[in-house]
Every structure is written in C-alpha cells, then in structure tokens.
Design a protein around this ligand. Structure first.
Ligand code: LLP
Length: 425
C-alpha cells in the first residue's frame, strides 16, 4: 500500500492505533470523526523526508482540516500553515504557528483581512489578480510596511481529477495568466509596498501523477527566469497542494516518486520550496463513525439508514466522491453478507447518500460503520443543515484518546439568530 495508515483490524475489530473504534463511538456517541496521531505525523514526515535536500517550508492547508489540535500537532512537527481567510489566520495563530510560516491564498481577500495579515507579519500573500496586488500594495504602504507576495500563476495545465476541484486550467477563477504575470513582474518597481518574492502554482486537488506538476513547474520556471531578468527578487516557488490519496483503487505517486520527478527542475532553478498539502497529510488519517439506525428495502434496493448525513460529510453528495464504508466489528462471512446496501443519511435530500451498493457483511441496527478517508474536507465542510449538530472529533495516540472537538449543542444552533421584536410586533 502506498500510504499506510493506522486504522486496522485486530481479531475482526476495527482499531485506530491501539484503541477499538467502537469503544470511542460508545463513549462519545455518533457521528464522530476519529483521527490517528501517528498517521498524521507519518505523512508529514514522509513528505519532509522526500524533499529534504531543499529544506522546504511545508504549509499544511487549513481548509482540509482546521481542528486546533490537529493544527497544533503539525505545527509542533515543524509545519507552517496555508490559510485562505482571516478566520483561518486566527486559528493558525491560536494553534501556535509562527506567522513567519503562514502563507495566505484566496481570490477574494478583503481589505480587513489583508491588514490583519500584515499586522501579524505573515510570511507571504499568494496574489491572485492585479487588482488584488494593487490593494495589497496600497494597504502595505499606508501601514508603512512591505508585503512579501508570490504571484499565483494559472499554469493552464489539465489535471485528471473531478472538475469541481480542478483549479489549474485557464478558464478557472484562480491565479493570473502567464502573460499578465510577466507584465506585472516587469513592472515590479511600480509596487513599492510589495516584494515579489515568488511564484505560486496549484494545479488541482487529488492528483495522482507527477505530470501536471512537472508541466506546471516548467511554466512557472519560464516566468521566474523572465521575472529575474527584469530584476524581480523571485526566490520562492510554492507548488501548492494537490497530492492524491487512495480512496478506492487509485495508484497515487509516493512522496519520493513525486520528489524525484520535480527535484531536478527545482534544483536547476535555484528556488526555495513551499508545499501546501492538505489531503495527503490528513485524508486517510481520519474516519467518520456512524451508527446504523434502520434497514429498509424499496423496489429491490436495500438501504442502511445511518446517523451521519451529507451535512457531516458532503463529499459523496457534492463530488460523487467514493469513500470506503466498513463495519467496525467483524461482520464478514455471515449468511446474508453478500447483500448490497445504499448507505444513506437522515437528511431530506435525495443526494444524501454516503455510499452506493456496498457489501457491508451482516449488518443490523445499532451497529457502527466507519467511513474511511474522511479526514480531509470532512469536518471542515460540515454544516447544520436540517438542524443537525456538527459531529464530535477525537484524536487517538497509541492507547490513549481525547476529545478534540465537542459535539455541538442545541444552543449552538440558535446562538446567532435574533428575533427582532420591533418587526414582529
Ligand atoms: N493550496 C491551494 C491554493 C488550494 O487551493 C488547495 C485546495 C490546497 C493547497 C490543498 O490541496 P490538497 O493538498 O488538499 O489537495 N473540497 C474538495 C477539495 C478542494 C480543494 C481546494 N483547494 C474535496 O473535498 O475534494
């Protein structure tokens, strides 16, 4: 297996590291996200090791998982953080990340967010348009400071992935096209509030091969060389995130294969390297555990109705994403174990299907199922739709485990609602 993780069976029981998953589900209730400390750290170290010769700054992408405990453990391993909003900046600083390791991307940074990030002295803004560059320049000058920026280049490379998470093609809203980037770099002195310190690319997400990265780097290299000739102090290349993982039968490149494919060009360019992995670090380090509520049949289809829905994990509904679903107890080989079920949530939407036509072994109400590969873009994309409370989260380390996010309460559902008595009289 390319990316081992620490969810495995012991005598038929699913464990996270050395704790039975069902024991946590019983103690905390369901749905619950459970993460493995060791898997998180292993993935981070693997990437670090693969690129060791370049001493890269690895900024974990907070959008993939923003839990403070997870951010803190990665920061303690030496990670920086890749943020996309003032909210994520707030979390990054609370997690103890040095501002000098924070990079800030987003096509729509507000003036307040830019000011806040400058005040915090973050490492770099990944700039997505010329108007944004002008705004950062203006704000930085007003604050009598200089903002370090990397121009986000739209590398215009096709990457084979879901079209919702394809970002590197020319017609996407992300980045600056190559011609415009070159023109900006030629005029770099026109922006005294800004230091053009690098180029940023992100070719897409869940990419399993090296080719789009290599192609993207080739295009970035041409822009860097051009910019340097024009005197721009381009020192950094940020390769973005996007490394794919195994959800079903993908055969993703390993970090070492990835490094081997891109290091020659990077070394030749003499740049310092930033990486922004999200999914690779946390994707298979987390599972979502849910309880089977009911079994039902309709027109020959069998449904397992579970207590987690698209509000808890939206990836299957939004992207048609595949997540493996397995019982936490041993259920294999039973008499009706060959039956296939659609695993559906309680939400009033036909799209609320976590998995289709899966063999689950002999299942019964009250039993737990684990949805695998749910660590990235699971809890961060959860919502209160249908008046549901966002799930609890647990971190396991060896034989110990701890709650890292309490399940929401009813009060959380109404915390920000206001009944304006003056209008409703
Ligand atoms: N850097 C930039 C500029 C990004 O836009 C992203 C992800 C990352 C880094 C991290 O990418 P990763 O290593 O995790 O692939 N919600 C979708 C994924 C959206 C990705 C958005 N950008 C999903 O659940 O698949």
């Amino acid at each position: 297996m390319y990316y081992p993780h620490d969810f495995h069976r012991v005598k038929g029981e699913l464990y996270c590291e050395r704790v039975p998953v069902a024991r946590i589900a019983e103690a905390v209730g369901t749905p619950v996200y459970i993460y493995s400390y060791k898997t998180l750290v292993d993935h981070f170290r693997k990437l670090q090791r693969a690129f060791r010769v370049m001493h890269p700054l690895i900024c974990f992408s907070v959008k993939a998982n923003g839990n403070l405990a997870i951010l803190r453990l990665l920061v303690r391993e030496g990670a920086g953080l890749d943020i996309v909003s003032g909210g994520e900046l707030y979390k990054a600083l609370l997690a103890g990340c040095s501002p000098s390791k924070v990079v800030f991307a987003s096509v729509g940074k507000g003036a307040g967010e830019i000011r806040e990030a400058l005040r915090a002295r973050i490492f770099c803004f990944n700039v997505e348009s010329e108007t944004e560059l002008e705004a950062i320049d203006r704000i930085a000058r007003a604050m009598r400071t200089v903002a370090r920026v990397a121009l986000r280049l739209n590398p215009d490379v096709e990457a084979r992935t879901h079209h919702y998470i394809r970002t590197g093609v020319a017609e996407s809203k992300f980045g600056i096209d190559q011609r415009a980037a070159r023109l900006i770099l030629q005029r770099h002195e026109a922006f005294p509030g800004v230091r053009m310190a690098g180029i940023h690319i992100h070719v897409g997400s869940q990419i399993t091969e090296a080719r789009p990265f290599v192609e993207g780097i080739r295009r970035a290299a041409a822009v860097i060389e051009d910019g340097r000739r024009a005197g721009a102090p381009l020192e950094w290349l940020n390769l973005g995130g996007g490394l794919g993982i195994i959800y079903k039968d993908e055969r993703p490149q390993t970090p070492r294969q990835f490094a081997a494919a891109v290091l020659p060009t990077l070394c030749r360019l003499q740049v310092r390297l930033i990486l922004e992995p999200g999914r690779f670090i946390v994707g298979n380090a987390g599972i979502l555990v849910t309880e089977v509520l009911y079994l039902k049949r309709a027109r020959g289809r069998r449904f397992a109705v579970v207590d987690a829905g698209m509000n808890d994990l939206i990836r299957p509904a939004l992207y048609g994403a595949y997540h493996e679903v397995i019982p936490t107890g041993s259920a294999q080989g039973a008499s009706n174990g060959q039956l296939r079920y659609d695993v559906v949530g309680p939400i009033c939407e036909s799209a609320d299907v976590l998995a289709r036509r899966r063999r689950l072994g002999r299942i019964r109400p009250g039993q737990f199922l684990a949805v695998l590969g749910a660590g990235a873009y699971g809890s961060t994309m959860a919502s209160n739709y249908n008046g549901r409370l966002r799930p609890a989260e647990v971190l396991v380390r060896g034989t110990r485990w701890a709650l890292i996010r309490r399940r929401e309460t009813r009060r959380d559902l109404i915390r920000h609602d206001v009944i304006p008595h003056s209008l409703l009289k």
